[in-house]
Write a protein that binds this ligand. Structure first.
Ligand code: HEC
Length: 135
């Protein structure tokens, strides 16, 4: 075989090497690019309130299957717009009805309760974000 023939093997070796050390094509770019599937931006102050009072039960690693089935806050931004709107409506409703966080939980962890301002901010956000998505 002529020396030129080996040139075609170089990309193959690079790909083999990359896969051995765990680099996926495009992985470097992904770190710097916004996720194109994010349909919802959660403002920092809202995220802080959600983290304090809601996230513990409504995330993929939470213990309660019931809570996870109803709402996964960490996956919320990646759902379809229609599904996000439905979830935002649910969030607005449980806050309106004072259903979340659950009373039993608050007896144990009173510091996780929402203040009136926090509940109002979450409701305002849920409503505005839903309206924004339906435009
Ligand atoms: C202690 C765990 C816990 C915390 C904290 C918690 N939830 Fe829940 N949540 C649940 C459980 C369990 C359910 C399912 C209730 C059911 O199916 O009866 C639920 C259901 C829901 C639902 C669906 C309601 C429905 O019937 O469709 C929404 C929306 C929700 N939670 C929002 C929130 C918000 C917003 C917060 C923070 C303010 C929060 N949750 C905090 C446990 C929790």
């Amino acid at each position: 075989m002529k020396a030129k023939g080996y040139i075609f093997l170089i990309p193959v070796f690079i790909l083999m090497f990359a896969s051995v050390i765990g680099i996926k094509p495009g992985a470097l770019n992904e770190e710097f690019m916004p996720n194109p599937e994010e349909n919802l931006q959660i403002p920092e102050d809202v995220q802080t309130i959600l983290d304090k009072s809601c996230f513990g039960c409504h995330n993929v690693d939470a213990k309660s299957d019931k809570a996870k089935k109803k709402l996964l806050l960490d996956e919320l931004p990646t759902l379809s717009k229609a599904k996000i709107v439905a979830k935002l409506d649910d969030i607005h409703e449980v806050l309106e009805e004072n259903e979340m966080p659950p009373e039993k939980f608050l007896e144990k962890y009173p510091d996780k309760a929402l203040t009136d301002e926090e509940a109002a901010r979450l409701k305002e956000w849920a409503e505005n974000a839903a309206n924004e998505l339906m435009k």
